[in-house]
Write a protein of this length. Structure first.
Length: 149
């Protein structure tokens, strides 16, 4: 047996129903839609939400107030106590080093350093955002906060 000898089983493949291709096809004139009515028209029918005139489910459910802003920037939060535990004195803290140390998972996610805990090491911080309390703690420890390149 060769690959070119393979064929589907008898009756496994069925030709599609080609409607509207003349009366000799057996599906001409009305193309299986009948003569009149909503379902014979193009675009006819009620649609998937229709419930026989009953108020549809999407309208029965409560609508919550407010909205979700799609342009919101969601930061990965990192506290200074975590930086103190993971980095050594004089290290540069940026997205790549945070991923390398296992603090964050993805370098593409913006990082914000927050001020929880104490910092005893001198670090150079180059991340997307730093809170005011974190900035004061970093500078008090002898480090500096630089804008991200």
């Amino acid at each position: 047996m060769q690959l070119n000898d393979l064929r589907p089983a008898e009756g496994a493949k069925k030709a599609r129903k080609r409607v509207g291709r003349g009366n000799s096809s057996g599906h001409g004139t009305y193309s299986g839609r009948g003569v009149n009515g909503q379902l014979s028209r193009s675009g006819g029918g009620k649609g998937p939400n229709f419930e026989g005139g009953q108020m549809k489910l999407s309208m029965r459910l409560p609508k919550l107030p407010g909205f979700r802003n799609v342009n919101t920037v969601r930061f990965a939060p990192v506290n200074v106590e975590r930086l103190d535990a993971v980095f050594s004195d004089g290290d540069v803290v940026d997205g790549a080093s945070l991923v390398a140390k296992g603090v964050i998972k993805d370098e593409a996610v913006p990082v914000k350093v927050l001020g929880q805990g104490n910092l005893t090491k001198k670090l150079i911080v180059r991340v997307d955002a730093v809170s005011a309390s974190a900035t004061s703690k970093i500078e008090a420890a002898g480090g500096k906060v630089e804008p991200q390149c």
